[in-house]
Design a protein around this ligand. Structure first.
Ligand code: TRP
Ligand code: CA
Ligand code: ZN
Length: 321
């Protein structure tokens, strides 16, 4: 709404051609074409509206329902999910790029959204996988991360935030087939462009119905940033240590990019000690609907989604300032 559309229209057209080969983006070209509100110095991160995040989840649920009950790689529900997120970002002034790849004989897509401005040599990225498994609509896994980073990106636009670093958001395809989209993105980066990424923040399952508060124990600065936020809320966290190979931060970490992220738990069982500090039910999975048909809008803990969404915005602001 506040921005001219010329720059991003060109970027979108340029992004629609390749099949199999991942297209790499250069975003410097559009930075001069926009006018942004004057930034305030040391802007505070906004409170992310959990109602807005849940509205995105309701849309993803509707998309799954209208497309055979899932949003899996290669399906119409996946593409519709991508189109939903992309339209919101385009309207908010992001420069969006769709990257195509092929996996298991089906076309997959990553969506990359660059916020114009910031130092192109210091890029802060936040990403979430947008695909579900074929068994269900994937609302906690991973509508939750996808919707929360979408709302964070929209908050960047509403604030007219102009951080020192360049901000880039990503929605990955085919994570459930083995992090195919994110690996394809990282493999397609030149070593020069890879080294410009100062951090990658991953969000995969952040609204689990019987939640834990896990902070990836990877880059210490990123980890501490998230821990500080939860300390301020009076919520204790545990380090997430087993996720190293299990989500889209893995290709970044393997390429030497500092990574971090949040996780509210999947199929592991909540212990009595965890239930006493976090509430919920011990002896039950953090998400009993993990990879199942019941991973629908009812499979979300609003408090966990709210806290994690706010933590994302806090870290994006803090780590890009
Ligand atoms: N990546 C898994 C999925 O999408 C979810 C998951 C399980 C996970 N354990 C994790 C994500 C640890 C991050 C960290 O199905
Ligand atoms: Ca909030
Ligand atoms: Zn997932």
């Amino acid at each position: 709404m506040k921005f001219s559309v010329s720059g991003r229209a060109a970027a979108v057209c340029a992004a629609t051609s390749a099949l199999s080969a991942v297209m790499l983006l250069t975003n410097g070209a559009t930075a001069g074409a926009v006018t942004a509100p004057t930034p305030s110095a040391a802007a505070a991160a906004p409170d992310i509206s959990v109602a807005n995040v849940k509205a995105h989840l309701a849309q993803l649920q509707s998309i799954a329902t209208a497309n055979g009950g899932n949003r899996a790689h290669g399906s119409a529900g996946y593409k519709a999910s991508l189109d939903y997120v992309k339209a919101k970002l385009d309207a908010a002034g992001f420069t969006t790029t769709v990257q195509q790849f092929t996996s298991s004989g089906r076309t997959g897509y990553n969506l990359i959204a660059d916020w114009p401005g910031g130092d192109a040599n210091r890029v802060l990225m936040a990403g979430s996988h947008l695909d579900s498994v074929s068994a269900g609509p994937g609302i906690n896994d991973n509508g939750s991360g996808s919707a929360a980073i979408l709302e964070t990106a929209l908050a960047v636009s509403r604030a007219g935030y102009q951080p020192a670093k360049h901000l880039r958001f990503a929605w990955w395809g085919a994570e459930e087939l083995g992090m195919v989209g994110s690996r394809s993105y990282v493999n397609g980066l030149s070593s020069a462009n890879r080294s410009k990424i100062s951090g990658y923040l991953n969000f995969d399952m952040i609204g689990s119905p019987n939640p834990g508060y896990f902070v990836y124990d990877d880059d210490p600065t990123i980890q501490k940033t998230f821990q500080d936020y939860f300390t301020g809320l009076g919520v204790s966290t545990e380090p997430e240590t087993e996720g190293d190979g299990r989500s889209d931060h893995a290709p970044f970490k393997n390429a030497g990019v500092p990574v971090g992220g949040l996780f509210s738990g999947a199929d592991y069982i909540k212990t009595a000690a965890q239930a006493s500090k976090w509430g919920g039910t011990s002896g039950r999975a953090f998400d009993a609907c993990y990879h199942s048909s019941c991973d629908k809008t009812s499979n979300i803990d609003d408090t966990a989604l709210d806290r994690n969404g706010d933590a994302i915005a806090y870290a994006v602001w803090k780590l890009s300032a």
